[in-house]
Design a protein around this ligand. Structure first.
Ligand code: SAH
Length: 225
């Protein structure tokens, strides 16, 4: 799977992909993540990629042409399944969406800045608009990194224990059960006896109950479906 991320701040995206699971996925050749500097596609001599908003008002707007140039160059090299714009007015990212995206081959992600991007980029190129939550950040880079992380860890072969992604919160519509590791007793707090029993059926039953309890308690909305 391949991601092409278009941004004015490529350096902001160096670290998120250089460690742990995302780094391993790239080393194994399962995921390719390419970051493109939008300024290299600037159409004026000052290398600026933003301009004043028509109709006035505060904040700058990212211009069409640099995005168009970069997207069309990428499209001349391969076919893209999705061109995603990270934006607070998009559909909120959830596990189902991450699962769906993990089945795609090639994805472009556009990161906005300032007031956002010219509406015509969205109208002409963008196939999907994703928000990471109901709050406004200053740029689309961190949201893009979140999408890439959520998606790449789902590709078979990326996590060492493949079943572990399936048992995470949301995968089965429930939150995850509480988890513990050694020691069995710490400052008087004991791990639930059932987890030490070695009885797999009982342990699974306990985990199912705890998942349901936690979901009812914290996210009853998930149980509606
Ligand atoms: N004027 C816009 C916000 C612009 S914030 C509005 O009110 O909707 C600047 C950029 O940060 C956006 O273009 C987007 O790419 C990114 N961004 C900010 N918050 C985001 C969020 N919750 N989810 C995804 N991207 C976000």
């Amino acid at each position: 799977m391949r991601f092409d991320i278009i941004t004015v701040l490529p350096s902001l995206l160096e670290s998120p992909f250089a460690h742990s699971i995302l780094q391993r996925a790239q080393k194994k050749g399962i995921a390719e993540i390419h970051v493109h500097n939008l300024r290299e596609y600037a159409v004026n001599k000052h290398k600026s990629v933003d301009d004043y908003p028509y109709g006035g008002g505060s904040g700058m707007v990212m211009q069409i042409e640099p995005f168009a140039q970069c997207i069309e160059k990428l499209q001349s090299e391969r076919t893209y399944d999705e061109i995603i714009y990270m934006t607070p007015d998009g559909v909120t990212l959830n596990q189902e969406m991450a699962n769906d995206l993990s089945t795609k081959e090639n994805i472009i992600i556009l990161c906005g800045h300032y007031k956002g991007i010219d509406q015509r980029i969205r109208d002409v190129f963008v196939t999907r608009e994703i928000s990471i939550g109901d709050y406004v950040l200053s740029g689309g880079e961190l949201p893009a990194a979140i999408v890439v992380d959520a998606v790449v860890r789902l590709i078979p072969g990326v996590l060492s224990d493949e079943t572990s992604a399936l048992s995470d919160s949301f995968q089965d519509g429930l939150l995850d059960a509480p988890i513990y590791t050694r020691p069995a007793e710490w400052r008087g707090h004991r791990v639930p006896d059932v987890l030490l029993s070695g009885n797999e059926a009982k342990i699974n039953e306990w985990r199912d109950e705890e998942q349901l309890k936690r979901t009812k308690d914290r996210r009853p909305d998930l149980l509606k479906d």
